[in-house]
Design a protein around this ligand. Structure first.
Ligand code: SF4
Length: 393
C-alpha cells in the first residue's frame, strides 16, 4: 500500500464572511485566533512525524476556509515545518486555496517563494446578482485582477472554482461567466472545477429553500448546463478527468486524485478528515477546541486506533466491503474509472450493482476497467445509492 502517493491536507478555518450555501468547517470573525491556530497546526504536524517516517508526501493541500487570509510568513513556517519533519517529494504539488478579496500581490510572492506551486481560487460566478445571492464579497473585476496578480507571481498551475445551477440562472448567464474566465490573462486558467449548487442541510440557503423563499433550479436545466460546459471546455482544450473537473496540459489536481483513487492522506487542522493505514479519522471541528487540545501537547497516542494527535475526535478502521464501496463511489467519478482486477474479494458482493449499471448503459467495461458512461455520470448518484444499499439495506 505504501508505494501509492501520500497526501497531506491542512485545514484553515478562517473566512471573512460565511457564505449562505457553505457547510465547510469555516468561521467568520475569528481572525484573532490565527496565531494560536498556526501554533497548534505546527504542533500537530510535529506529532505526525514518527507516524509518517519512511513515507514520501507527494501533495500538500492547504484548504479552507480561506487560506489566502494567512500571511506569507505563516505559510512559510508551515511549509518549512513540513519539509523539516517529513520527506516531501521534489516535485510535490502544493496547493493553496484563495478567495479574490484576500489575494494580495506581496503575499502571493511569499507563498510562491515558500514553495506553493498551485493556487485554487473560489470565483464561483462573475454575475453580480449571483455573487450577491451566494454572499460572495468579491466583484467580477476583483476576481479578474486577482487572477492577473496570481499569474504575475509566477503561478503556472491555477484552478478556478465555479458554481452553476443557481436558482433562476439562465444558460446565457452561465455561458457569460465561463467565456469570460477562459479569456483571463489571454488564455485563462489551467484547471476549472464546475460544481452544481447543492443545498446542504443546516445552511441559511437550506432554510430559505424550506421557507419557500428560494426555488431550486430544475434538474433538467442543470443537466443542460453541465452538458454544454463539458462540450465547451473540451473544445477549449481541457480534458474532463472527473465529473466536475477539467484540466489542461495534464494539470489534473494530484491531491484530489488521491481522494478519488481512495489512496491515503494525513490531515491536520480543525474539522479535517484523513485516511491512513486503513483508518478514517476526523479532527475536532471547533477551532477553539482544536487549539486547546494541542496547547502544550507532545508525543502522545490517541486512544482511537493509535493516531498521533490529541486533536483527533474520531477514527474508524474501514472494513473490506466498505473500502471497496469507497473505492467505487469515488473512483467512478473519474473518467479513467477503476481497475476491476485490482479490487479485493469483497468486490464480488457488490459486483451485481455494476453488472446492472452495464446492462443499463450507465457503465461499461474496457480492458479490465469499469467506467461510467456519459449517461452514467449524469445519474451517478443512482448507482452510488444502490452500492451503499448493499451495505445498509
Ligand atoms: S469563502 Fe468558501 S469556505 Fe468560506 S464561507 Fe464562503 S464558501 Fe465557505
Amino acid at each position: 500500500m505504501h508505494d501509492t502517493p501520500l497526501g497531506l491536507y491542512i485545514h484553515v478555518p478562517f473566512c471573512t464572511v460565511k457564505c449562505s450555501y457553505c457547510d465547510f468547517n469555516s468561521f467568520a470573525g475569528i481572525d484573532d485566533m490565527q496565531t494560536e491556530w498556526e501554533a497548534a497546526a505546527l504542533t500537530e504536524l510535529s506529532l505526525w512525524t514518527p507516524r509518517l517516517q519512511g513515507r514520501e508526501i507527494s501533495t500538500v493541500f492547504i484548504g479552507g476556509g480561506t487560506p489566502s487570509l494567512l500571511t506569507g510568513e505563516s505559510i512559510e513556517r508551515i511549509l518549512d515545518t513540513i519539509r523539516s519533519n517529513f520527506s516531501l517529494s521534489a516535485d510535490a504539488e502544493i496547493t493553496l486555496e484563495a478567495n479574490p478579496e484576500s489575494v494580495q500581490p506581496d503575499r502571493l510572492q511569499m507563498y510562491r517563494a515558500a514553495g506553493v506551486n498551485r493556487i485554487s481560487m473560489g470565483v464561483q460566478s462573475l454575475d453580480s446578482e449571483e455573487l450577491f445571492f451566494l454572499d460572495r464579497i468579491h466583484s467580477a473585476d476583483r476576481a479578474e485582477s486577482a487572477f492577473t496578480e496570481i499569474r504575475s507571481a509566477r503561478f503556472d498551475n491555477v484552478n478556478l472554482d465555479l458554481i452553476y445551477g443557481l436558482p433562476g440562472q439562465s444558460l446565457a448567464t452561465w455561458q457569460s461567466t465561463l467565456e469570460r474566465v477562459l479569456k483571463w490573462s489571454g488564455d485563462g486558467p489551467d484547471h476549472i472545477s464546475c460544481y452544481a449548487l447543492t443545498v446542504e442541510e443546516g445552511t441559511p440557503l437550506a432554510a430559505r429553500v424550506a421557507a419557500g423563499r428560494v426555488v431550486e433550479a430544475n434538474p433538467d436545466h442543470v443537466a443542460e448546463i453541465a452538458d454544454w460546459t463539458a462540450e465547451r471546455l473540451v473544445q477549449a482544450g481541457f480534458e474532463q478527468y472527473e465529473t466536475s473537473n477539467y484540466a489542461r496540459n495534464g494539470l489534473s489536481c494530484r491531491h484530489n486524485l488521491i481522494y478519488w483513487r481512495n489512496q491515503e492522506y494525513a490531515a491536520i487542522g480543525p474539522g479535517a478528515h484523513g485516511f491512513i493505514d486503513g483508518v478514517r479519522f476526523h479532527v475536532v471541528r471547533s477551532p477553539k477546541a482544536y487549539i486547546d487540545r494541542l496547547r502544550g501537547a507532545h508525543s502522545t497516542s490517541n486512544e482511537v486506533e493509535g493516531l498521533p494527535s490529541p486533536a483527533i475526535a474520531g477514527a474508524e478502521r474501514v472494513g473490506d466491503l466498505e473500502n471497496v464501496i469507497d473505492t467505487l463511489t469515488s473512483g467512478l467519478r473519474l473518467m479513467e474509472g477503476i481497475d476491476e482486477t485490482s479490487l479485493p474479494a469483497a468486490y464480488q458482493l457488490v459486483r451485481p450493482v455494476l453488472d446492472w449499471a452495464v446492462d443499463n448503459a450507465l457503465a461499461q467495461r474496457q480492458e479490465g476497467r469499469i467506467l461510467l458512461t456519459r449517461r452514467g455520470h449524469a445519474v451517478a448518484n443512482e448507482v452510488f445509492v444502490r452500492l451503499l444499499e448493499t451495505v445498509n439495506p
